[in-house]
Design a protein around this ligand. Structure first.
Ligand code: FAD
Length: 289
């Protein structure tokens, strides 16, 4: 039984990888090294995040185009409603479609400080995209409730609206409380959401930063995670990375045993850990013919 529980998993698992647009040459090199390594795992798609101002928006477009040209992978740009009106969004979508982009991650977007709230929500963006063309659309979901939501139920109904508007899957905010993900998945099923609720996996690389970030994002740090890092949060990179890796591996194993078939990895543009997680799940390069 012990060997069985230590054995690598090997079911039908689909993975996707999220990257962000690099801002320096060395970051760009890191990104491409990572993409080259991770593409051997035949991800279902890879996605690239999108910032609020047009400079970062152009970077997203550029990376998406390059990924598509250099790897042939399905490259999905994130698109938000921030700082663009409906006509501009239609134009961006049309340009993507004309350039062969068929998958978009549709979001309301994070508001930069001082910027006015857009008069659209992600559900409206999904509808707008579907009017432009028949995109494959992913949307965001929040197992522990989005911080601006009126209630957990209102947030869940918002997810249902996004799916009903034409999204084909939801990718979750990162989480560490696996129970809250599983309960959320049940609640989605109970209100008739049939789309896959794909867990977004963010390995811990810096515990102190994570605490801050989890606070803004309304993500619970379970007691076991506090305990795991107690007294070691200031320790050197290696220790923290090893712990972060072992926690992420534990999480994907538990989720896989709970029947999760699709995983989305927030790679932070690094290949190593994501590659190890995929390997553990039984996701390996195809043998060369
Ligand atoms: P929505 O689904 O529109 O929901 C936003 C809030 O409004 C929720 O609280 C919801 O309950 C509420 N709401 C929705 N409709 C209504 C209504 N009609 N009336 C009242 N309240 C309503 N951000 C970026 O800027 N760039 C990225 O690339 C990016 N990538 C992401 C990827 C993933 C997988 C995830 C999970 C998040 C990402 N984000 C990104 C963050 C996201 O943009 C923020 O969390 C944002 O605050 C909410 O976006 P959303 O698409 O979930 O919004």
């Amino acid at each position: 039984a012990l060997n069985q529980s230590l054995a690598d998993l090997n079911g039908r698992i689909d993975v996707s990888f999220e990257f962000f647009p690099p801002t320096t040459e060395s970051m760009e090199q890191t990104l491409w090294n990572s993409i080259e390594r991770l593409q051997t795992l035949s991800p279902k798609f890879v996605s690239v995040t999108y910032g609020a101002n047009s400079g970062t928006r152009d970077r997203t477009h550029k990376v998406i185009k390059e990924i598509k040209e250099r790897t042939g992978l399905i490259a999905a740009p994130h698109l938000t409603c921030i700082d663009a009106n409906r006509d501009e969004l239609r134009q961006i979508a049309q340009d993507y479609w004309d350039n062969g982009i068929r998958h978009i991650v549709a979001l309301r977007g994070d508001l930069p400080q001082g910027m006015a709230k857009p008069d659209m929500y992600a559900a409206d963006l999904v509808g707008l995209l579907k009017e432009v063309a028949d995109f494959d659309i992913s949307v965001a979901a929040y197992p522990e409730v989005h911080p601006e939501a009126k209630s957990a139920q209102a947030d869940l109904l918002n997810l249902k609206r996004k799916i009903d508007a034409g999204a084909s899957r939801a990718i979750t905010q990162f989480f560490y409380d696996v129970e809250s993900y599983l309960r959320f998945r049940d609640r989605c099923a109970a209100i008739g959401i049939e789309a896959e609720i794909v867990p977004g996996i963010l390995p811990v690389s810096n515990y102190k930063t994570l605490l801050k970030f989890a606070g803004f994002s309304n993500v619970k740090i379970p007691a076991w995670l506090h305990q795991r890092f107690e007294g070691i949060a200031d320790d050197d990179q290696t220790t923290r990375n090893l712990l972060g890796a072992s926690i992420a591996i534990d999480m994907v194993r538990v989720l896989s045993r709970e029947g999760v078939k699709d995983f989305h990895f927030y790679t932070l543009n690094r290949a190593e850990l994501t590659y190890a997680l995929c390997h553990t799940l039984g996701v390996r390069p195809k043998p060369k013919a």
